[in-house]
Ligand binder design. Structure first.
Ligand SMILES: [Zn+2]
Length: 335
């Protein structure tokens, strides 16, 4: 007897049937490409731990942005690497700082064709490599070389100033990634005070202290010179706390939220997507990229298939937008 039981295979028997019944689809507009622009470069510099990804000069970034627009992706997330770093990250909000210069060019070149998102943090701009300003730890004696900690509240003023500079330079979206408490409220106040009431905030709301950021440190040249980021980024074992971080950012005025990294945190992506009614992004980080590229280079994975499967999984988990270093290539594949 062959009747009387369900046959899942019926709808899998041809590519056309599978396409018709696919529950998750990828389209170029789902993808955002993170890009790095470094002051002083005259041509792009390869990043050894991220084959195929470069640090851009302003000119090569402009060319890459045109290519991204032609591929139909949703937007760019900009990171800047200044020539000069200092304790407070002055170049992040300098009007002629590298990221703000790049934003002006891109906005002039592309208008509103691509969504230009500005990552807002200080770690690429500070000489100590932390995401905020630092102060001696309670109990440490200043000048004695004691432990330093990232000081939350003075950092908020810096973030607000950076947000205003980025909005004035042409960023369509401000994306704070520093995981300081109160950062969204401070940035919203800063933007509103400068007349940028229409500029949305995409909060890196649930950003974990992850081992998968390794290659990014080379790309953005923002490795901490002491300690780590475990005192401000989320602890990987925690899930409920992600919902609290997201709720707090929304209460402070975030227009959209992000989970980072993506693949090791798909449960978080799903829980956040179920909990909120704003757009949810997930950031497929440098280590996720490097894993697939390294295995594919050895012939251990079918690169294209693996890339598209990871992107599908992130969308299936509930992210509407995926930040991915494969954005342009994947857009061409799925178009
Ligand atoms: Zn940072």
């Amino acid at each position: 007897m062959t009747d009387g039981f369900a046959r899942g295979r019926r709808l899998r028997s041809t590519p056309a049937l599978r396409r018709l019944t696919a529950q998750t689809r990828l389209s170029p507009a789902d993808f955002v490409l993170p890009v790095f622009v470094k002051e002083g470069l005259t041509e792009p510099a390869p990043i050894s731990s991220m084959p195929g990804v470069v640090q851009h000069s302003v000119d090569s970034l402009r060319a890459a942005a045109h290519e991204a627009a032609e591929a139909g992706i949703g937007g760019l997330m900009l990171f800047g690497i200044p020539a000069e770093k200092d304790p407070v990250g002055s170049q992040a909000d300098a009007a002629d700082g590298i990221v703000n210069r790049a934003l002006r060019h891109l906005r002039a070149d592309l208008g509103d064709e691509l969504v230009l998102m500005a990552d807002l943090c200080l770690c690429e701009y500070t000489d100590h490599g932390h995401c905020g300003v630092v102060t001696p730890a309670p109990g440490a004696v200043r000048g004695q070389g004691g432990a330093m900690v990232v000081d939350n509240d003075p950092t908020l003023d810096r973030y607000a100033a950076v947000a205003v500079a980025q909005a004035q330079a042409g960023a369509h979206v401000i994306a704070p990634s520093g995981m300081m408490d109160g950062q969204v409220a401070a940035i919203r106040r800063g933007l509103d005070g400068a007349g940028a009431t229409e500029t949305p905030i995409l909060a890196y709301a649930a950003k974990y202290a992850s081992g998968f950021y390794g290659p990014f440190r080379e790309a953005a040249e923002g490795a901490p010179q002491f300690g780590d980021r475990a005192t401000y980024q989320m602890d990987p074992p925690n899930a409920d706390e992600a919902l609290r971080e997201v709720a707090q950012d929304l209460a402070e005025g975030a227009d959209a939220v992000m989970v980072k990294p993506a693949l090791p945190y798909l449960d978080i992506v799903r829980r956040v997507a179920d909990a909120v009614d704003v757009p949810v992004s997930a950031y497929q980080v440098s280590g996720e990229y490097a894993m697939v590229e390294a295995a594919a280079a050895r012939g251990w994975l079918d690169r294209r298939r693996a890339v598209l499967e990871t992107l599908t999984a992130i969308r299936r988990a509930g992210a509407g937008t995926v930040l991915t270093y494969w954005a342009v290539e994947a857009a061409r594949w799925v178009r």
